[in-house]
Write a protein that binds this ligand. Sequence first.
Ligand SMILES: Nc1nc2c(c(=O)[nH]1)N[C@H]1C(S)=C(S)[C@@H](COP(=O)(O)O)O[C@H]1N2
Ligand SMILES: [Mo]
Length: 322
Amino acid sequence: MLIKHKKSWEIAEREATPESVYLNRRQIMAGAGAVGLASVFGSAHSALAAPGDDGAPMSAVRNEAYQLDRDLTPEDVNLTYNNFYEFGSHKSIAEDAQALEARPWEVTIDGMVDNPTKIDIDDLISKVGVEERLYRHRCVEAWSMTVPWIGFAFSKLVEMAGPQSGAKYIRMETFNDPGVARGIKTQPWYPWPYVEGLTIEEAQNDLAFLVVGAYGKQVADQMGAPLRLAVPWKYGFKSIKSIVKFTFTDQRPVSFWEQLQSREYAFWANVNPEVSHPRWSQATERVLHTGERVPTLLFNGYEEQVAGLYADKQDLGDLLYR
Ligand SMILES: Nc1nc2c(c(=O)[nH]1)N[C@H]1C(S)=C(S)[C@@H](COP(=O)(O)O)O[C@H]1N2
Ligand SMILES: [Mo]
């Protein structure tokens, strides 16, 4: 096992957890003890995954329309190399991220929609259904991996919401609890909560995927439990983790990274080997588990599916990543 997991009662953030929740969790853990948590929840998460938290088995039929041109990244690599600034500005946040309580989890859909709603993540999942898709994942830092995501087309959520005619964008927001994510407290200079945005057309593209699982399990805390975005034609920072809210709006959202450094992390953020990041080239990428350097493809190889979205936006070049 690569990650040394603390038992829930050893997690330092327990002081910040309301006593009732903490006790309830211990009782649940005790109840599951006889069965053996490792056998129930799989090796990678074992004792850390309290029932109903991340890591429970999740099955889904693979949608064969989404094929990879390279090997799948091993699960342990994906579980131990993460960007999730709420838990720290380095890659080894996996252990601290276990403090995230991914259940129960309420998702809010509001703004310019006919059907504003608050829905429990599991009700949402049973309402829309899930499938598995193999996607590439390319970070603006020039590393890449591939992931067997489980989730549902973003278009299903858009349809549920019923956007009003003036709505143009969807603003997404991550949870913002410094008691759970220490990095929020220790890095007060960041504009929490993490925010990202897409146009409604982007969200309705077939490739835009809302993720609730990976590797046949509920998506791990460090990967953005219980609900994250996967927009594989864009740099990884667009794929916001642990989403609590979708707001439909006529105002272009200003994302977390854009607020900090708009020259480096533009709204559009489409993967483009010809447009360098101000501080490095985007022509190639390092495949995480092999260490191999390979050429980066326009739209991360998804040009056929998404190029049409940007046909009238060639002038975005100076905003980076057209
Ligand atoms: N809330 C939140 N979402 C986030 C981030 C973050 O720091 N906070 N990092 C982003 C970045 S830069 C990348 S590359 C991906 C990383 O996803 P992974 O850890 O599953 O590879 O998540 C994105 N989503
Ligand atoms: Mo990233």
